[in-house]
Structure formats: C-alpha cells, structure tokens
Design a protein around this ligand. Structure first.
Ligand code: ADP
Ligand code: MG
Length: 725
C-alpha cells in the first residue's frame, strides 16, 4: 500500500506486527502467583511480631487507632519484604480528583557518609508523605501559599510491589488531604462514608437481636467495559491519543450488527492480552477473570470479584493502569473512555453494591425465615428510600463530560434515577404498602414476622438492563457510572445516603420499641411508610422507552440530562447538610467537589475543541482540498482532450469543504471567546458554544470522509480501528 499519511504507515505497521510471546508458562497455576506481590495478611503474619500483627489487624478489621511504634515495626518488615522483591523505590499512591492515580516516588536508599547507601524506611515515612500538591485540583481548598498536600497510609488497603523494567516499586495506598485535613482525593471520603454507613447498619442489626455485630462494611464489584484498538492506529489518531475518543469518523459500512464476528472467536492477540492481564492482576491480588461479551466490535469487559469497597476502588484503579500497560506491550491501546466511537455502543462501569459483615455475609440477601426476611426488607427499604430521596446526588456522582455521551442514549440507563426490584420483590413491597393486616389477613397484604418471601431469583441473568439501579438477587447494581470513572465517587454517595437511611430506620424502630410497640409491628409500619413515601422510585419497565420520561415526570422523578444539570445537586442545602452530618464532607469540601466537577467538564471539552480545530484545519481540510484539486485538474485535462467532464463530482466535494471551512471559523471564534470569570461560566461556554461548534465541524468532516479518495484520507477509519487483526 502506497502513500505517506500516518494512516497509510499505520496500516503497513499493523500488517507487519508480530505480537509478543505470552509471558505465562503452561505449568503455572493462578494459585501460585495470586497475591505474590502483595504485602497481605499472610505475609504480615509471617513477618511481624505477634503483638504487632494483632495491632495491625485490629486497625484493619475494627478501625482501631494505629500505634506509632507499630508503624515502625511494620515499615521495617515491609521494607525488607519489598527489597527482597527487587524494589528500589517506594511510592505513596493516592487518588486525586482528576480521577486518575498519582504516585510520589522516593528511593529507599539514602547515601551515608562513607560513600555507600543505606536502605531507610521508618514508620513515619510509611505513615505520612508530603507530595507537592499544587498540580492537583483542589476547588479552592488550598491557598496558593500552602501548596503542600499530605498523604497518609491507609492501613486497610494492602501495600504491593509494582514491577517495572526500570526497577520495582513498593506502592502504599494513601489518603490525600490538605494541611487542614480537608479531602483532596477520593479515598478519604470513601473511608469516612464507609464508617458512617457501617455504624448505622450495626444499629439495625442490634435491633434484630445481633447483640454484638461484627463491623458492617460495603462491598463493591465493579464491571469494567473497555475497547482495544491497534496501537498503530491509536498513534495515528491525535484525537484518541489526546482526548480518549474519536472526534471524527464516519459510521462504518458495517456497524454493530455484525458482532457475530466477535462472539465466535477472540482474536489471538486479544486472548494473549487477556491472559497476560489476568496474570498481572493475580500477582497484585486482584481477583479478576477477563471476558468478552460486549456489544460493540472491539469492546470487552472484565468483572473482578467483589471486595470491600475501599479495596475494590484501589484495585479498580490499579486494574486500569495494568490494562493500559499490558495493552501497550501487546501492540494495542486500551480505551476506557465512555464513548470512544460515535454511533457505536459506549462503555460503562457497573458498580455492584452490597453491605454486610464477616458473620452474616450480604445483608441484601433474603433470609429463609420470617425474622431474617424482615431484616432483609428493612435493608432493602433503606435502599429504596435513599435512592428516591437522593436521586440527584446519585446522578451527580456519575456526572462528567465524557459520561454525558452515554447516559440516556439508549445504550446505558437513562439519566432518570429509578430502582428495579424484579417482579417478586416489587410484589412483596406492594403487599406491604397495603398496610398491616388487622384481625384476619387481608388478601394481598403481608404480615412481617409471619409471612415468608417468595423465592427471589438470585441469578441476575438476563434481567432488565435498562434500569440505573437494579436489585440482582444479593446486591444492587448501579449501572450509570462511566467506564473511566473511579468507583470511589459513586460508592461515597451510596454509603452516605445509606448511612442516612439506616440512621432514619434505626431511629424510628428504636423509638417505637422504646414506646412499647411490638418489634414486628414497628417493622411493619416502618416498611409501609417507606414504600408509601418512596415507592415512586420503583420502576420495573423499559427505561429506554419513550413513555418512561413522561411517566417519570408524573412521578416527580428528576431527569438531569447533562453534567451541568446534575452538578448543582452537590451544593443544595440539604445535600451539604447530609454529607456534613455524617462527616463525609464539610460544606467547603462539597463546594470544592462542585467547582472541580465544573473545571474538569470545561477542561475536557476545551481540549476536545482545540483538537477538533487543529485536526479539522491541518489534517482533514488539506486532504479534502487535495482531492478537490485532483478533480479540478482532471476536469481541465478531460476538457482539453475533448471529453465531457463530470462537474458534479467536483461540486460534491466542494460543498462540504465550504461547510468545513465555515464551521472551523465558528469553532475558532468560540474558542477565542471562552475566558469566563467563573468555573460555571467556563463550563456553560463549553456546553453552549464549543460542543455545538465541534458537532458542526465533525458533520462536515465526516461527510468528506465518504467522498475523498481512500488513498488521500489521512485518519484511520472506524472500520480499521474497530477490528483487531
Ligand atoms: P452482570 O454482567 O449480570 O451484571 P456479572 O456477573 O458480570 O453480572 O457481574 C457481577 C459482579 O457483581 C461481579 O463483579 C461480582 O463480584 C459482583 N457481586 C456479586 N455478588 C456481590 C455482592 N454481594 N456485593 C457486591 N458485588 C457483588
Ligand atoms: Mg452488570
């Protein structure tokens, strides 16, 4: 294939590419390598003095304060272990509000006077770090003169060694806070919200007769969707490279309809990639099996086993980093963007949520006797109430410029937050709504503490996929989060609204019992009242149907379509009081999250707009003009030779060229106009001026892609990118 464009070169490179040999050996079993690079309980038990081990476990399991002497002992054992694993550096890993993972690396070795170096790693180094925080978003929480942020060891999330050809690194998961202790990250509020939720869940358990319940935590099983594209194509697309999505690209002649191609066989390269990622994840103690069942060509999914919310969130971030680096090794790029290809299904990250403890398992599992059922129903009702009352906050927790392309586009749940319970459970709550039976049991009503539940299906199977918040047998699945997001954001919101709902339920029940009401009766009236007040959020129908938004409006459910509609939910009085009451965020922290949400939105769209302008003007327009010139020359030559030329072909390309030129001019002006005073002003400008101007450029460019001679077209096409050879 001839031609000098980046696309031509990429096609040649793709054809010549030889994938690397798999790095696993046939005899190796997953059990052998699982967790081999993790400073986990087994390692600690082996390497720490008994009393130190016990003290660390008390912190991990019950949140007891960590003794500084214990920190010294752990640091020393951790260092020895890491050095044996070939680590030369250690890093405090934190999760700033960009949604990415950040690391501050330091060397273990410090030079000593005699010209040698000594490995140093004290307890205080383990416990606290001071990265320069000025480049991370803070939404007004840090004054410029106080650029420092502080990282603090999260004892509950195990440290691990990350392998790298240039030397291994001991990674320590940490929180990241300002000098005044305000959260600059995603982990701090996750830990705080976890604690609040657990505390009130334990009150409910006590009411149900568990006198000394084990600590209740939330669990999270995140399902991650992603795309793989050949790296040669990726590198030839400045838009993918810089914004994570294609800003141009005509719909391929064959679209999703031929996914049969994919279900049949995974391309060998992709299989090699999957096996390699699994191996890397296993070493890091991440329980994940890759799969390949997504709708779009080139799209795949991985669902790690659920873990404690905080660990699941850290593992999820590490998983994304691992995928990116392993994909690179296999000559591919892994795309986590919610909508890399227009007109092709996007990617989400389903957050499967449950709460429970070591003794009782998931508290969202129906029991097999009336007493346990009653307990299950109280937890379930708490979810229904929380989701109804705080739907706006759930919506805000998944708001981003990138997720806006997906939510409500009939490939992901609508922006309207509702709950799917399934027929049987919905029926149970309907019966409860009828109120308690009086002397004889009324038809259709259910008596708590006497009646048993129908058998609810535990297999999520092929249930309603259009619901944003679905009960799936032993958990709820929040389907609105975007594929690029950290799960910590949604988990913080779920934990906090659950804390409030469980607090409410516990307070009601405690008061009723103290007032002499029989417990079963108290539970019955609580459930009846909750389902009466909040049942409007339960919807088992088709969330993609045209009738749903109309019906939802009648029910008073909000439809916050875009990020800018959703973000103000964070700064309502009631939202700020809620987060403050449960000590997850103070008002300043809430404001900072809101500001950062706006900044990130404007930043994302700003980058895309500049890329659209640059690529439109310097890549696409020149190609189209070359094509136009060839046609014009051809017309001249044919006329000279006395042959009647086809003028239509020339005007066919000239019209979209004119359109492209004027659309580029509009976009250039819109970009020049965007220097608003406030974050909100910038964000509104991005939504109202930049997005429409980008769309117009794209429409003209995509029309040209279908006309311009293939050998002149400069960008890898959808067809090429979506199929891994
Ligand atoms: P589906 O594709 O039907 O949505 P998957 O089987 O792909 O479901 O994903 C299920 C996810 O839910 C997995 O990550 C799994 O670990 C997680 N999960 C299962 N049980 C629980 C639970 N009790 N709490 C939280 N997550 C759970
Ligand atoms: Mg799912």
């Amino acid at each position: 294939m001839s031609g000098n464009s980046a696309r031509r070169q990429a096609i040649r490179d793709v054809r010549a590419y030889v994938p690397p040999a798999p790095s696993y050996t046939a005899t190796e079993t997953p059990g052998e390598i699982f967790g081999e690079n993790v400073f986990n309980k087994v390692v600690m038990q082996k390497r720490l003095p008994k009393s130190v081990y016990k003290s660390v476990m008390a912190t991990i399991e019950n949140g007891a304060r960590l003794d500084p002497l214990v920190a010294d002992a752990v640091a020393s054992a951790m260092k020895d272990w890491a050095l044996e694993k070939g680590a030369t550096h250690y890093a405090h890993v934190f999760y700033p509000l960009t949604g990415l993972t950040a690391e501050k690396h330091d060397s273990f070795f410090e030079p000593v006077g005699d010209g040698t170096a000594l490995a140093e790693f004290a307890g205080k180094t383990l416990v606290q770090g001071e990265p320069d925080a000025s480049s991370f978003p803070n939404g007004g929480l840090r004054n410029t003169f106080e650029a420092r942020g502080y990282t603090g060891w999260d004892v509950t999330s195990p440290a691990y060694v990350l392998e790298n050809p240039n030397g291994n690194t001991l990674c320590i998961p940490t929180v990241f806070v300002s000098m005044t202790g305000e959260a600059l990250d995603h982990k701090t509020p996750l830990l705080r919200s976890q604690q609040a939720m657990g505390e009130h869940a334990e009150r409910i358990l006590r009411l149900f007769g568990h006198t000394d319940p084990a600590r209740v935590v939330s669990f999270c099983g995140p399902e991650q969707e992603y795309f793989l594209v050949d790296r040669h194509f990726f590198l030839a697309r400045p838009d993918l490279l810089n914004s994570g999505r294609t800003l141009f690209g005509a719909k391929p002649p064959k679209g999703q309809e031929f996914d049969d191609h994919y279900f049949g066989a995974i391309p060998e390269r992709v299989l090699g990639f999957m096996m390699d990622t699994e191996r890397e994840l296993f070493k890091l103690g991440i329980p994940a099996k890759t799969r390949h069942n997504e709708v779009a060509p080139g799209q795949f999914e991985i669902a790690p086993m659920f873990e404690r919310g905080n660990i699941a969130a850290d593992h999820q971030q590490l998983l994304m980093t691992t995928f990116k680096s392993v994909a690179k090794k296999h000559g591919m790029a892994c795309l986590f963007h919610e909508k890399p290809f227009q007109g092709v299904n996007g990617s989400g990250k389903h957050v499967n949520f449950s709460l429970g403890n070591n003794e009782l398992g998931s508290l969202l599992v129906p029991g097999d006797n009336p007493h346990d059922n009653a307990q299950f129903l109280v937890f379930c009702a708490a979810v229904i109430r929380a989701v109804h009352k705080y739907a706006g906050l759930l919506r805000a927790s998944v708001a981003s410029a990138t997720n806006d392309h997906r939510l409500g586009a009939n490939e992901a749940p609508p922006a309207i937050i509702s709950i799917f319970l399934g027929d049987q459970l919905a029926d149970v709550f309907e019966q409860i709504a009828q109120g308690p039976a009086t002397s004889s049991k009324d038809k259709g009503s259910m008596v708590i503490g006497v009646d048993t539940l129908p058998v609810l299906p535990t297999d999520p199977g092929d249930r309603n996929r259009t619901s944003p918040f679905a009960f799936t047998g032993n958990r709820f699945e929040f389907r609105a989060p975007g594929s690029m997001q950290t799960v910590a954001g949604p988990m913080v919101t779920i934990n906090t609204i659950m804390a409030e709902s469980l607090d409410y339920a516990a307070t009601e029940l405690e008061a009723a019992v103290a007032g002499g009401t029989d417990f079963d009766t108290a539970v019955q009236s609580l459930l009846t009242q909750i389902i009466t007040d909040h049942g409007a959020v339960v919807f088992n129908g088709d969330g993609y149907s045209d009738a749903w938004p109309i019906e939802a409006e009648k029910r008073g459910l909000a439809n916050l379509r875009t990020t800018l509609d959703a973000l103000p939910e964070l700064i309502t009085e009631s939202a700020m009081d809620l987060f403050d009451k449960y000590r997850v965020f103070n008002h300043r922290e809430m404001h900072s999250r809101y500001e950062i949400g706006l900044e990130q939105y404007a930043l994302t769209i700003g980058v895309e707009a500049r890329l659209t302008l640059e690529m439109g003007a310097t890549v696409i327009l020149p190609a189209a003009v070359r094509h136009q010139t060839e046609l014009a020359i051809n017309i001249g030559a044919l006329t000279a030779a006395g042959v009647e030329p086809d003028h239509a072909a020339l005007s066919e390309v000239s019209a979209p060229i004119t359109k492209l030129r004027s659309a580029l001019a509009v976009l250039r002006d819109a970009l020049a106009g965007g220097s608003e005073e406030t974050a909100l002003g910038e964000a509104e400008h991005a939504r109202d001026a930049l997005l429409p101007a980008m769309s117009a450029v794209r429409a003209a460019a995509d029309a040209l892609e279908e006309i311009v001679a293939d050998d002149l077209w400069p960008l890898p096409t959808y067809q090429e990118m979506l199929f891994i050879l």
